[in-house]
Write a protein that binds this ligand. Structure first.
Ligand SMILES: N[C@@H](CCC(=O)N[C@@H](CS)C(=O)NCC(=O)O)C(=O)O
Length: 301
């Protein structure tokens, strides 16, 4: 999708917190629309803890924002996603968090403008009101940052197809398996030189996480390819994990001397990766390619 660089007005200042799973759309006394958000979104489907709703609701109450008004449901259209650029400053960068959001948008068939933004050409309102964080989804007059927040916002309001699962216990179980995977992958990938004692320790830490995933994916009773429950439903968790696994896959081959034999040691995981990488929502959003991943992981910004 070609970015359309057009000037946008400053969005209505959102409460700079994260989106509440309950999806309460509330109005302040000054009638500004606030999609009220939980500061504990880390306690979300991705990290597996679903208990933030009541604390966020309490916060809404204490702020006097509990009056819900009709007609504030967001509609498709008017979306712009600001993302990390590649080395040239204008094409799409390798951010797995931005890729996660783009997979969600693609799964739901939502149109959006995509704007890779350097620090120099980020909109002033993004710098002023959202600390310049990206990915940032501007939806008409509102803006959301943090990939999980954006993903939950999209999944709550644009339900076709729904990417959350009704059984939160299953989501929690799958989330727990992912706990620590990305930090372990990042530590191993960023370490240099390859093959020294420190590198071996970091590889072992990563492989412990990979083994957890392998066991989870190969557990009895699973019938489908995906992460949650019996694996039949493709979920937000798959959208979140796929770009991170892609980065790992590229980096193992291009930076880490193929130190981990994924197909040989982790065949369930390798199959999972091949399945999620084959989805149209992944294929249509991975245009940044291996060169940009290698650039991203070898030049730290
Ligand atoms: N926890 C954040 C992480 C986002 C993040 O680390 N974004 C980086 C790239 S992967 C970025 O956009 N950096 C460029 C910038 O901030 O200007 C999320 O989930 O959205």
């Amino acid at each position: 999708m070609m970015p359309k660089h057009k000037k946008q007005e400053k969005p209505i200042r959102m409460v700079p917190m994260k989106f509440l799973l309950l999806g309460l759309v509330l109005r302040t006394q000054s009638s500004q629309v606030h999609a009220f958000a939980s500061p504990l979104i880390a306690n979300s489907i991705i990290s597996g803890k679903m208990s933030s709703s009541s604390s966020a609701l309490n916060m809404a109450r204490t702020r006097g924002l509990e009056r819900q008004e009709e007609g504030a449901t967001p509609l498709p259209g008017g979306m712009t996603l600001y993302v990390k650029p590649a080395e040239d400053g204008t094409s799409i960068g390798d951010c797995p968090f931005a890729h996660f959001v783009r997979m969600v948008l693609a799964e739901k068939g939502l149109d959006y403008d995509l704007i890779p933004s350097t620090q120099e050409n980020k909109p002033q309102w993004l710098l002023d009101d959202y600390e310049g964080k990206m990915p940032a989804l501007r939806h008409r007059k509102e803006c959301y940052v943090d990939s999980e927040v954006i993903a939950q916002y999209l999944d709550f309001f644009f339900k076709d197809p729904e990417l959350a699962v009704a059984n939160s216990g299953e989501m929690e179980k799958a989330s727990a398996v992912l706990d620590g995977f990305f930090p372990a992958m990042a530590k191993f990938t960023k370490h240099s030189p390859n093959g020294d004692e420190d590198d071996k320790e970091k590889q072992a830490a990563l492989e412990e996480k990979l083994q957890g995933l392998e066991d989870h994916l190969g557990a009895d009773g699973r019938t489908g390819s995906y992460l949650v429950g019996n694996g039949e439903q493709f979920t937000l968790l798959d959208c979140s994990l796929a770009p991170k696994l892609y980065a790992m896959d590229v980096c193992l081959g291009e930076i880490k001397d193929n130190a981990v034999d994924l197909a040989g040691k982790y065949p369930n995981l390798r199959k999972y990766m091949d399945d999620v990488f084959a989805r149209p929502s992944f294929q249509s959003t991975v245009e940044y390619g291996p060169e940009t991943v290698v650039w991203g992981w070898t030049s730290y910004h």
